[in-house]
Design a protein around this ligand. Sequence first.
Ligand SMILES: Cc1cc2nc3c(=O)[nH]c(=O)nc-3n(C[C@H](O)[C@H](O)[C@H](O)COP(=O)(O)O)c2cc1C
Length: 234
Amino acid sequence: MYREIAIISIIAVVVILFVVLPQMKKEPQELDLSLDKIIKLPEPSYDSNTSVEKALLNRRSVRTYSNESLTLAEVSQLLWAAQGVTDSEGHRTAPSAIALYPIELYVVIGNVDGIESGVYRYIPNEHALLKIIEGDRRDELSIAAGKQSHIKNAAVDIVFSVVYEKETEKFGERGKRYSILEVGHSAQNVYLQAESLNLGTVVVGSFNDGKVKKVTGMLDNQSPLYIMPVGKKK
Ligand SMILES: Cc1cc2nc3c(=O)[nH]c(=O)nc-3n(C[C@H](O)[C@H](O)[C@H](O)COP(=O)(O)O)c2cc1C
């Protein structure tokens, strides 16, 4: 009798440890878009005095910024360049393998007029921000990236993450490659848009993934790939 109870207990523990708990961990987390925290961004501009050629010619990685704040219009323009929706079918400014769009953008705001400091998610379909975390997290984000001071000194840090499953479910392992390539397209758009707005930025790929996830409140299934600090050029 005792032997049977012991065996059943061991089986129960094994099932909980290796079947139930891993499933609970994988439970996808949903974004509550019904929150009144959604902040509509100003309509982006579709024109400028900077040609694509000039933006390409002058693009440079910029790591020193003035203390001046950015406007919400500038933040709107940068996010639209990164992942804005550009037609009625939901296509975006950057290409995506069969339009699966695995990129999720987080915005660590510290010095932007008309919006409180905090961590926000960009919602492309609404061209809006959703607040995730209150307060200025630039310092902690900088620490998560080996104390790279440009992250702390920027007015805003755009954090690029991907949900690999969106593409691996369709393409297998190759979906990972596609997701990473897509972040490259999106980040280059931000470089060129920043140049056109006379703002400075740089792609940062050197950081501790776990720490960046924690600081930004990223979901379990999202992987950070780039941080782009943005500020006024000095
Ligand atoms: C994949 C990748 C990772 C990078 N990581 C960092 C980084 O962690 N920190 C940083 O300051 N610059 C980083 N950079 C920016 C490069 O240092 C920069 O692009 C290079 O010096 C060339 O200068 P340019 O962008 O002005 O042409 C990275 C660039 C790439 C493409």
